[in-house]
Design a protein around this ligand. Structure first.
Ligand code: MG
Length: 166
């Protein structure tokens, strides 16, 4: 485990959006949240993990999630995005980097994410092998504006700090 006092050599940014739809589970950062509908996608549509994956790949100069895990590949149909995140961490390690911290903003009109933020932080910290205080999960609404504000989609922005492994 690396402390947040470690030097950050790279910063990566990630963004993702998934539409809400019926007959789907809502899974954010690996946490299943009770809702009548969930996010639609080829995999489990975990918009948080996808943004984190893109931030890590971006920081390590490894392209984006679509290059590494094609949504045309039947292997990823219904895939647990936690598995994709673990594979991403292997790729990042092979490139000579390890995560130092991650900061997220999730934009969701509903459900209210406050009760789930701590569980999301803990899950991410465990996967990234960083301290819980090196993972930040912030949640906001879109003030009712646009598709996201109508509850038709959930968005996640992520930034990851990476250290060069010695
Ligand atoms: Mg996605």
């Amino acid at each position: 485990m690396i402390g947040i006092s470690e030097m950050i050599d790279r910063i990566g940014h990630g963004y993702d959006l998934h539409r809400m739809g019926p007959g789907r589970k809502l899974i954010l950062a690996g946490i299943e949240i009770p809702m009548p509908e969930g996010l639609v996608g080829h995999s489990d549509a975990d918009v948080v993990y996808h943004a984190v994956i893109d931030a890590l790949l971006g920081g390590a100069g490894l392209g984006d999630i679509g290059e590494q895990f094609s949504d045309q590949d039947p292997a990823y149909k219904g895939a647990d995005s936690g598995v994709l995140l673990k594979r991403t961490l292997e790729l990042v390690a092979e490139a000579g980097y390890c995560p130092v911290n991650v900061d997220l903003t999730i934009i969701a009109e509903r459900p209210k994410l406050g009760p789930y933020k701590w569980a999301m932080r803990e899950r991410l910290a465990e996967l990234l092998e960083v301290a819980t205080d090196a993972v930040s999960v912030k949640a906001k609404t879109n003030e009712g504006l646009g598709e996201t504000g109508k509850g038709e989609a959930i968005i996640c922005h992520a930034i990851a700090g990476l250290a060069k492994k010695s």
